[in-house]
Design a protein around this ligand. Structure first.
Ligand code: PLP
Length: 426
């Protein structure tokens, strides 16, 4: 696509956009009486207009039915989670039985590690990307300690080559092979939160399997953002949150994936009654007997209101035609933003904004991370003051994420105008 740096061009793309009406399904935060330019869906997705109704329906069920709400009404709570899995499994590329909604993200990472990190005295190491989201680092360190190992010995982090911003797939695969004899687990994010790099999940999974190692992924920044084929790629397990690209509200309910090939194994689990065989759950018998499939990892009574919020958003994904349709627009929005940022650099004759996210659309989602020269924090504050909502990462990185469900090409054009203004005014 040949992009142009004009408002007319952006408006023309908006007119041709088959997803343009979806913006009306979201509540856009206001800035000085106008829609803010919200480019922060990688951190907290916007509220669907329908969210209040979905919650109100369940409040009414609670009001009218009391405890009977678990079994009666249009959406008995006992099986409400099953209404989420068809759409969710489509989003992550899984069979329905391989997906379950429960808890929140780091909690689920821990529960999955209980089952899938099985260190022995010889093979106890975990290979992960350097600079992973801190919660994942803390989770892994504490799991390693829980098994009696020292994180300094047990966690191998791999970093980009010097002078490079992102990891090369060949280096990840080489690290897996070099450490093969000592690895118990490869755990990567799907998309690195800082750089926006979309890892080659399939290649990493295959390389791990070739040396007999389990491959798990934290898809916080990937789920609902890029097309995934977890089942086909043979990924062993994964988890994600629903409040970033999946717009399901702050602290929204998380989801897990466990590949079918692991269903018949005898797993270590930290179990609870909600993961018990559904047909016998209420016999309240001693001795844990897991529900087959990913639902066997459920632990607690599900938070109904959070599931209702999640459903409000997932129904919009379904209406939009799922990830293939969204991805096409996402690549264009991100490409347009990249083009406009580079226009500023070109005009100034120096790289004021250095984009560290990979250039290839297949290696990124909808996020661009840029290292800012000069007063980076000042630039970020200027954006905020002028209605552009992005997010800030120490020491000098601004992340901007155009989301295909609710961002327009005009948003991107206007964001560039403000960014260009920051260069003149800071
Ligand atoms: C956002 C994010 C988290 C946050 O975890 P919570 O348990 O939801 O607070 C964890 N890991 C990654 C990779 C993230 O991007």
């Amino acid at each position: 696509m040949q992009y142009q740096n004009t408002c007319e061009f952006a408006q023309q793309l908006d007119e041709q956009d088959s997803l343009k009406t979806f913006r009306n399904k979201f509540l856009i935060p206001q800035h000085n009486g106008k829609d803010a330019i919200y480019l922060c869906g990688n951190s907290l997705g916007l509220q669907p207009v329908s969210a209040k109704r979905y919650i109100a329906e369940q409040l009414t069920n609670w009001e009218k039915l009391g405890v009977e709400g678990w079994f009666e009404g249009d959406d008995p709570w006992l099986s409400y989670h099953k209404k989420l899995t068809p759409i969710l499994s489509d989003i992550v590329g899984a069979n329905e039985k391989e997906v379950s909604v429960m808890n929140s993200l780091t909690v689920n990472l821990h529960f999955l590690l209980v089952s899938f990190y099985k260190p022995t005295t010889k093979r106890f190491k975990i290979l992960m990307e350097g600079g992973a989201f801190p919660s994942d680092q803390y989770a892994l360190e504490s799991q390693v300690r829980f098994h009696g190992f020292d994180p300094k010995d047990a966690i191998i982090e791999i970093f980009p080559r010097s002078g490079e911003d992102t990891l090369r797939t060949e280096d990840i695969l080489a690290a897996i092979n070099e450490n093969a004899g000592e690895l118990a687990l490869v755990l990567f994010s799907g998309i690195n939160y800082y750089t926006g790099q979309f890892f080659d999940i399939e290649a990493i999974t295959k390389a791990a399997h070739n040396v007999g190692v389990i491959a798990g992924f934290d898809l916080a920044h990937a789920a609902g953002n890029v097309p995934l084929k977890l089942h086909e790629w043979g990924v062993d397990f994964a988890c994600w949150c629903s409040y970033k690209y999946m717009n399901s509200g702050p602290g929204g309910i998380s989801g897990i994936f466990v590949h079918k090939k692991h269903f018949n194994e005898d797993h270590n689990r930290f179990a609870g009654w909600w993961g018990y065989r559904k047909d016998k759950q209420f016999l309240m018998a001693p001795g844990f007997d897991a529900e087959p499939g990913a639902e066997g990892w459920q632990v607690s009574t599900p938070p109904l209101m959070l599931m209702a919020l999640h459903k409000a958003s997932l129904d919009i994904f379904e209406e939009a035609g799922g990830l293939p349709a969204l991805r096409m627009k996402s690549e264009m929005l991100t490409g347009y933003l990249e083009f406009l940022i580079n226009e500023i650099n070109l005009k100034k004759g120096k790289e004021l904004f250095k984009i560290i996210t990979p250039k290839e659309p297949s290696k990124r989602g909808s996020q661009l991370s840029m290292v800012c020269t000069g007063d980076a924090k000042g630039i970020f504050n200027y954006l905020s003051k002028n209605g552009v909502v992005g997010d800030w990462r120490e020491p000098n990185v601004i992340r901007l994420s155009p989301v295909p469900l609710y961002n327009s090409f005009t948003d991107i054009f206007n964001a560039e105008r403000v960014l260009a203004g920051s260069v003149e005014n800071i």
